[in-house]
Design a protein around this ligand. Structure first.
Ligand SMILES: [Zn+2]
Ligand SMILES: [Zn+2]
Length: 362
């Protein structure tokens, strides 16, 4: 094993922090104290963080979860990539210089049925980073050594960041759908942060992929990434009918709803073939969408409605492996740290094809 390196650790670091949490929130970049690792933690210095729509939900405080301020947290973010710069006194499985990532689930008990079966993100002791703990909008942050994500060689930090949430979340959904090579997979929201990675992973897994989204920029992206067909909801009147037509006239085997709008959830059952899976991934604001449909429709079409949360340690590792093989390439635009507020505003406006990533070193 190589000798571990030592790093100069500053007293303060830059962080994007939320001001006036709620519908009129603002994000600003401030200096905050660098935390000291506890005995079982590692301290990570991030090079990059992705900006995820969940961050905006947390800052808007429009989900059915307590506000960030309840936990004393000011920095959202859960798509970080960097290196370990310091380890706690009990830590033996990490050393300074190791590459490490920040994904949405901060920790898990690793001692319950859920944890033993790879469902640790549902464990009672699985808090969210960027909500219950300071997130990856802060350059130096803590992570429990036992539950920190490793980043493999061949995956740079700008690629690894967005995979921590979007890539691993959609990997998890694809895995749980049980779809097989040759099956039709449809992605409402295909041109977005999660969707565009789903398109690539589904393609890499041998599925036939249909993208649903709006506008030519998203169409071009989706077709380039492996969609066999694209349905533009700004141009096609009956999107579900068009999808069914494309999928052998029978409908899709799986509909991966990565869009957050109520209409995407409402039309998903109409796109499904007999026995189809409606996979719920996108988080709509509380009370604005219903997944599934009339029981008679579900009964007559033998439909399955399945929700999956963010990816586990396993899911994230698998998604990173696809990236290392060159089969998963997040499309991203880089913003320097000082422009983090602009990146957040741009994502909030909904005009982003792919992902926005903030570079802490520029
Ligand atoms: Zn996310
Ligand atoms: Zn557990």
């Amino acid at each position: 094993m190589a000798d571990s390196k030592t790093y100069d650790i500053p007293k303060t670091c830059k962080a994007g922090v939320v001001v006036n949490e709620g519908p009129d929130f603002k994000l600003q970049v401030e200096d905050v104290p660098v935390p000291e690792p506890g005995p079982n933690d590692v301290l990570i210095r991030l090079n990059a963080t992705g900006i995820c729509y969940s961050d905006i939900h947390y800052m808007l405080n429009d989900l059915a979860v307590p506000a960030m301020s309840v936990f004393g947290v000011r920095s959202p973010g859960h798509e970080g990539a960097g290196i370990v710069v310091k380890i706690g006194s009990n830590v033996t499985n990490w050393k300074p210089g190791d590459r490490a990532g920040i994904k949405p689930a901060y920790d898990a008990c690793l001692d319950c049925e859920l944890c033993w079966t790879g469902k640790e993100t549902y464990c009672d002791e699985s808090p969210q980073i960027g909500l219950q703990f300071p997130g990856s909008y802060q350059q130096y942050l803590l992570s429990p050594a036992r539950y920190t994500q490793r980043i493999p060689d061949g995956v740079d930090d700008f690629v690894a960041g967005p995979i921590m949430c979007s890539g691993s979340t959609i990997y998890c959904s694809l895995k749980e759908s049980g779809l097989k090579p040759g099956d039709w997979a449809v992605f409402p929201g295909a041109g977005g942060g999660v969707g565009h990675m789903g398109v690539q992973l589904a393609k890499a897994m041998g599925m036939r992929v249909v993208g649903v989204d709006g506008g030519d920029e998203k169409r071009d992206l989706c077709m380039k990434l492996g969609c066999e067909a694209f349905v533009d909801f700004t141009k096609v009147k009956n999107v579900a009918e068009e999808v069914v037509k494309i999928c052998d006239g029978k409908g899709a085997h799986g509909i991966f709803v990565t869009a957050t709008g109520g209409s995407a959830y409402a039309s998903a059952p109409l796109m499904a073939r007999i026995g189809g899976k409606i996979m719920c991934v996108g988080l709509p604001p509380e009370g604005t969408a219903v997944a599934g449909g009339d029981p008679i429709l579900l009964i007559s079409k033998n439909l399955h409605v399945i929700g999956t949360k963010v990816g586990s340690l396993y899911d994230t590792t698998k998604a990173l492996e696809f990236a290392a093989q060159g089969k998963l390439k997040p499309i991203y635009e880089v913003f320097p740290l000082a422009k983090m507020p602009e990146a957040v505003a741009k994502l909030q406006s909904g005009k982003v094809a792919g992902r926005l990533v903030v570079d802490f070193n520029s």
